[in-house]
Design a protein around this ligand. Structure first.
Ligand code: TXA
Ligand code: MG
Length: 313
């Protein structure tokens, strides 16, 4: 398949309307979209990404009316979170309508819904005139793409179109919150922090998978976010030796010299840069990447979550 590259959201949306799959930018990471109501198109996403079919997709909407098209009911908790955080990097999980095909939700009776705030994403979704289900636009298991070039690296020739936008703003995926009951459960951390969610609903809790139970968010079962290089987390950069045939990313400047290094100005910059840095190290053939740990507050929670998964800690 020849992949079409365009910076015109309306041209990209035509591929969705014809049953194709399209990568598009959002404020979190690039997504790989299809019309939620077109089962064949949705199946193509799983094939292109080599994504396990038991991992449900998030539906992206451009209006409140589209939420109603997907959700069987909107709980009070969801309504409050939607009012406060939509459009933005938050996904709410609600009971789905029967019309939503099972392939989109991996057979679950719930669906994750989010309204991106990135202008190009919004224009694209409006032109699609249907909710668009989209996982991150990477090959399954690889770091999420934060630039269209990273999407091309994984998916050129496997998808119909890439909507070329700017690099994403946040760089980590959305916060996923199960709102099917009155107590919101955070299934995946993201840039909207637990503290921010609790400002709206103080009872919000983080879902911890009991060892014996299947995780609520099926995606959390699968290996994630990994570059080919081995990831090693470090608490104190002074532990690092003189020179290293390796990569380094963190907030502190180590004394050691690295083949590839990026010293981040803030934890937000770290979150924004981590996935692209992983990819850069892979392109350079770096075998190991040292990542400095950060304090687990604000977006540091989500960043540490992704770092631990990449390190398989
Ligand atoms: O920021 C994002 O969320 C990006 C952009 C493209 O929107 N999307 C994204 O999608 O990260 P993906 O498929 O890579 O991750 C979706 C996560 C997975 O962990 C999945 O298991 C979970 O959300 N999820 C989706 N639908 C769910 C549902 N109905 N119940 C529980 N978890 C769900
Ligand atoms: Mg993903």
């Amino acid at each position: 398949m020849k992949t079409v590259y365009t910076s015109d959201p309306i041209e990209a949306a035509r591929f969705i309307q014809r049953g194709g799959i399209v990568a598009f930018p959002t404020e979190t990471v690039y997504g790989l979209g299809a019309n939620v109501f077109d089962e064949k198109a949705v199946a193509k996403i799983f094939e292109a990404k080599q994504r396990p079919s038991d991992n449900p997709l998030i539906a992206h909407v451009s209006s409140v009316e589209q939420i109603i098209q997907l959700a069987a009911g909107v709980t009070a908790a969801a309504e409050n979170l939607i009012t406060r955080f939509f459009p933005g990097p938050l996904t709410v999980v609600l009971r789905k309508r029967l019309e939503v095909p099972d392939v989109a939700t991996a057979g679950l009776d719930t669906i994750g819904i989010r309204m991106p705030r990135f202008e190009v994403a919004h224009e694209f979704l409006i032109a699609c005139a249907t909710p668009v289900v989209a996982p991150s636009a990477n090959l399954s298991g690889r770091p999420s793409p934060t630039t269209w070039q990273a999407v091309a690296e994984d998916l050129d020739g496997r998808i119909d179109c890439i909507l070329q936008g700017d690099a994403t703003e946040i760089g980590l995926e959305s916060t996923v919150v199960d709102c099917t009951s009155e107590v919101p459960l955070v299934l995946r951390s993201g840039s909207i922090s637990l503290e921010q969610l609790r400002e709206v609903i103080p009872a919000t809790v983080v879902y911890e998978t009991p060892d014996t139970e299947v995780p609520r968010s099926p995606g959390l079962r699968h290996k994630h976010y990994s570059p080919r290089a081995r990831i090693i987390l470090v608490a104190d950069v002074r532990e690092l030796g003189e020179t290293q045939a390796a990569g380094f990313i963190g907030l502190s400047r180590p004394a050691a010299k690295f083949e590839r290094e990026y010293i981040c100005s803030t934890v937000e910059d770290y979150a924004h840069s981590i996935f692209e840095f992983f990819r850069e190290c892979d392109r350079a053939g770096v075998q190991a990447i040292y990542c400095e740990r950060v304090e687990e507050q604000g977006i540091g929670v989500a960043l540490m979550d992704r770092l631990r998964r990449a390190a398989e800690e």
